[in-house]
Write a protein of this length. Structure first.
Ligand SMILES: C[S@@+](CC[C@H](N)C(=O)[O-])C[C@H]1O[C@@H](n2cnc3c(N)ncnc32)[C@H](O)[C@@H]1O
Length: 342
């Protein structure tokens, strides 16, 4: 075998052995590429964005953790690497970049292409409800469709002037709690998580958004350490991925705190069901419970066919979020207590 062929053959064996869910992406392994050489060819921001899009598509990256397409990710990573604002005008995309700047962008691209590391963990930043959040691998990357109904102040179900206390259960980075604090400027918000590591990230975001006076962070396994008070809104994006779905997740999800933030037992309902059983004890008379269950929606409906879950119809995409009123929770207490998970 010729020397060159031997190298390619070795690469193939390596990829077949180690690629796992990632498939055969050998051609685009940027470790093999000389970043300096690429930086000589790619001179402008526009060049780098175009190259990034091609490489992301060829590497079959997953785009479900914030940025919806290869184009969005390439633009975002370029702007972030160059400390440019997200609304940086395309008029300047043909400006020549210094070699160091190009290498910095290529370094970001390399982590995305080679490791499948999600962009938010490369930049330590994620956007939710038009707000910027610090994130690292201690928390899930914010992406809940609930941002849309938070901004609308849940107006289909509750009047904003009635909302004094909000609880965000399973808060992670505190993105939902903080978005709620912006939407309801006079409300007190409590945010809880079982993970002290996640709460350390939430603490950074609380400080960055100047919400120390209005946002309390509570370490709690579901309701176990939640104060004995009544909330007008309890909102949650809990873990809800079923065992089967956990097996199917793309490589990007390996970077998230999966066993704690994603996995929720055989049917994906291990956290949601106890939440339904207990939430009523913490809601005000006209309060509401808003919960994302994603793809576990059919399993929940099958388990509790008699419960009138209101499934939110999102204008900007997303599914699997239900709303129940305090009265509905009370009326179905026996049903919640009766059901047993596998
Ligand atoms: C899907 S992540 C959501 C994080 C955040 N709400 C968001 O939308 O980005 C679920 C979070 O629930 C937390 N969690 C898991 N089990 C929990 C439990 N029993 N009680 C409280 N929090 C829990 C995890 O630590 C994780 O931060």
């Amino acid at each position: 075998m010729e020397a060159g062929m031997e190298v390619i053959f070795d690469m193939l064996i390596h990829v077949r052995t180690h690629s796992g869910r990632r498939g055969l992406n050998i051609v685009y392994n940027t470790a093999m590429l000389d970043k300096r050489e690429i930086a000589n060819d790619l001179v402008t921001l526009r060049d780098l964005i175009r190259w990034g899009i091609s490489q992301f598509n060829a590497a079959e990256l997953s785009f479900v953790q914030g940025m919806p397409t290869a184009i969005d990710e390439a633009v975002y990573l370029c702007l972030s690497a160059l400390h440019l604002p997200p609304d940086f005008s395309v008029e300047y995309f043909d400006c020549v970049l210094t070699v160091d700047e190009r290498l910095h962008v290529l370094n970001f691209f390399q982590q995305r292409i080679e490791d499948h590391k999600p962009s938010a963990y490369i930049t330590n930043e994620a956007w939710f409800s038009g707000l910027s959040f610090y994130v690292d691998q201690r928390v899930l990357i914010p992406r809940s469709p609930m941002a849309e109904i938070i901004q609308q102040q849940f107006s289909l179900w509750i009047s904003a002037d009635q909302v004094n206390n909000i609880l965000d259960l399973c808060t992670g980075s505190a993105c939902i709690a903080i978005a709620c604090a912006y939407a309801f400027e006079d409300a007190q918000v409590d945010a809880s998580d079982v993970s002290s590591e996640a709460l350390a990230v939430a603490e950074i975001n609380r400080k960055n958004h100047g919400l120390e006076d209005r946002l309390a962070l509570i370490e709690s396994d579901l309701f176990s350490s939640i104060p004995d008070k009544r909330y007008d809104i309890i909102i949650s994006n809990p873990p809800y991925v079923s065992s089967h779905e956990m097996q199917q997740l793309p490589a990007e999800f390996d970077f998230e705190p999966g066993s704690l933030a994603l996995a929720a037992g055989e049917a994906g309902l291990d956290i949601v069901l106890p939440m339904l059983q207990q939430a009523g004890d913490y809601l005000s008379d006209d309060g509401i419970l808003v919960v994302e269950v994603g793809y576990s929606k059919p399993a929940l409906e099958k388990l509790l066919p008699e419960v009138p879950f209101f499934w939110v119809d999102f204008e900007f995409g997303g599914d699997g979020v239900f709303v129940l009123t305090a009265k509905q929770l009370e009326a179905h207490q026996d049903d919640f207590r009766r059901v047993k998970l596998l």
